[in-house]
Design a protein around this ligand. Structure first.
Ligand SMILES: [Ca+2]
Ligand SMILES: [Ca+2]
Ligand SMILES: [Ca+2]
Length: 188
């Protein structure tokens, strides 16, 4: 993440709300501890903005802590609780968007000035139930990341929806595909 050609790691102490460390890779493997991130529920790394270096978002119950340009980051906060975080470039501009979920599904736009609580797209899946991000990735190969979410009600009823990445609205308002994973189950 400091672009020295070695892979860097984010190390979590444990599941839960422990502190995470970013460990910098080097010629002898990942040995140098670069940055200790604040405590939080989830961590996402991406290029959210400001300098060219990688940034970290750490979700908390009240707000999301931002660390721009690791490993010697600038601190900032995003006024948004985020218990589950993902990062991907949905509009294809080279900067990562931050997906914050847990209660509502929000996509914050990556911008050269950094993330802003006012530059956000709220996604409201039609299906009833609890929605979780299943996966982010460019499933249709158009260069923009796409968002797959699963909304479930109880243990057997669920809907998976794939929202294609979009240039202006970050993700399409309507899913390209919806299906139930129970379609793949057989009851023999
Ligand atoms: Ca950055
Ligand atoms: Ca982007
Ligand atoms: Ca795509």
């Amino acid at each position: 993440m400091n672009r020295d050609g070695y892979d860097d790691l984010v190390v979590r102490a444990a599941e839960g709300t422990g502190k995470a460390s970013v460990v910098l890779g080097g010629p002898d493997g990942p040995t140098r501890t670069g940055t200790t991130l604040p405590s939080g529920i989830d961590v996402a790394l991406g290029r959210f903005g400001r300098g060219a270096a990688l940034d970290a978002a750490v979700g908390g119950m009240g707000e999301t802590s931002l660390r721009y340009d690791l490993p010697t980051p600038t601190r900032a906060t995003l006024a948004s609780a985020g218990s589950m975080l993902d990062a991907a470039d949905f509009d294809g501009d080279g900067l990562s968007e931050l997906v914050s979920s847990g209660s509502r599904l929000r996509v914050f736009r990556g911008r050269t000035t950094g993330l802003s609580a006012s530059d956000v797209v709220i996604l409201d899946p039609k299906a009833r139930g609890t929605t979780r991000v299943l996966s982010v990735g460019d499933f249709d190969g158009d260069g923009r990341a796409d968002l797959a979410v699963r909304t479930y009600l109880g243990e057997t009823k669920d809907t998976v929806a794939v929202y294609p990445g979009a240039r202006k609205t970050l993700v399409s308002r309507k899913p390209a595909v919806t299906f139930s994973s129970s379609e793949f189950l057989t009851d023999d």
